[in-house]
Ligand binder design. Sequence first.
Ligand SMILES: Cc1ncc(COP(=O)(O)O)c(C=O)c1O
Length: 311
Amino acid sequence: MSKIIKDAAWIWKNGDFVPWAEATLHLLSTAVQFGSSVFEGIRCYDTARGPAIFRLPEHLRRLRNSCRIYRMDPGYSEADLTEACCEVVRRNGLSACYIRPMVLRGYGTMAMDGVGSPIETYVPAWEWGAYLGADALEQGVDVCVSSWQRAAGNTFPGMAKAAGHYNNAQLIKLEALANGYVEAIALTTAGTISEGSGQNLFAVVDGGLVTPPIEGSNLAGVTRASVMQIAHDLDIPVRESIMPRELLYVADELFFSGTASEVTPIRSVDKIEVGDGKRGPITARLQERFLSIVRGEHPNNHGWLTPVEEG
Ligand SMILES: Cc1ncc(COP(=O)(O)O)c(C=O)c1O
C-alpha cells in the first residue's frame, strides 16, 4: 500500500539542487492542467558496495523515449541524468530508495499543446519500502480483473511512461481497493490480458513463463525484461503471447513484475486461487534470483547495478 513518505532534503531541479519543500510548480503549469509530464520510477538498493541503482541506463533510455514520443526535449543528456540520479542519492544520504526523474511542461502558455511552456527536469528520491505491502513478496496478493481496460493502441502510447496515462491506472487501482483487493489486472480493449495498474504480468504454464507482448496497451517494463533474462539464465522457457483472460484462472502460477512491486506472487484472481494459493516454485526461483541480483549478492548481475559512489 502507498504510504506517506519521508521527505528527503534535496531535489535535483534543472541542473541544481533545491530544498525538498521548494520544488514547487505554478498551478497553471501545463503539466498540472493537462498531465504533460513523463517520468521514471527507479529503485536504488543497499548493497555491500554501497547504494546501487538498478538498470539506470535502461530507465533513462525509456525516459528519453517518452520525451521523444511527447516531443519534449529535456535539455539534459543521459550522462547528465545518470549523474543527477547518483548525486541525488548521495546528497540526501540515502541508501535503499526510489528515484523519480520527471520531465514536464511548466508554466508559460495556457494553450493545451504546451509548446510555449518551459520544459523542466526534476530528480527527486526518497526512502521507500515494499509497494504492495510487507508480506506481499512472500505471501502473494489477492487481485481482481478490472472493469477498466487499458487504452487501445494508438490512443495513449503505451511505450511512453507519461503522467496523463496514470488516470487510467488510478481508475484500475481505485476500483480494486474499493472492492477489497490489493491490485487489479486490466485487459486490453480486445479482452486479452494487458497488465496491472503499475506492473507487468507473468503466468507460469507447463513449467514455462508466458507474458503478453508489448502491443501498445502495456509498458515495456524494465523488470519484465530482467525477469525474462533471469528465466533464460535459469533455463526456464519464456514466451510472449496474447493471453486470454481465463488463463488467469487456470495458470499454475502468476506474478507481477515492476520496479515498485519487484517480483510479487499473485495468490488469487477474482477469489479463484492461483495454483494452491501460495507462491509457486518457479515464481520463488525467479524472485530469489532477482532479489539476490538487485542486492548485489549474485555474481551474474549482467552489469545491472550502477553504484552511486562511482556514478
Ligand atoms: C503501467 C506500468 N506497467 C508496468 C510497469 C513496470 O515497469 P518497470 O518494471 O520498468 O518498473 C510500471 C512501472 O513503472 C507501470 O507503471
